[in-house]
Design a protein around this ligand. Structure first.
Ligand SMILES: [Zn+2]
Length: 88
């Protein structure tokens, strides 16, 4: 099964990379194609459901925004499944 996920707002490169590595180390995942610049991932997975995949991404990714007072704040990322044609 292949799932394409749009990760709108996932602008933290450190988390993006560590989530990618986490997926690659998961035995239920067979391949990961991702593009940080387009904020998307294409994941090939076996027994892991798309819901589990989304949950994992939601828990481990965040975005960074500048708040009204000029401070950096971490914001949640809401992953969404679709046909995103995720390529570098
Ligand atoms: Zn981060």
């Amino acid at each position: 099964m292949k799932t394409e996920i749009q990760l709108r707002g996932a602008n933290c490169p450190v988390c993006f990379e560590s989530v990618r590595e986490m997926l690659l180390e998961d035995s239920r995942v067979t391949a990961v194609h991702s593009s940080f610049s387009s904020h998307c991932m294409e994941v090939e997975h076996g027994v892991m459901s798309a819901e589990e995949l989304i949950g994992l991404l939601h828990r481990n990714l965040h975005g960074v925004e500048i708040a009204g007072n000029g401070e950096q704040v971490m914001v949640d990322v809401e992953p969404s499944i679709g046909e995103w044609h995720c390529h570098r």
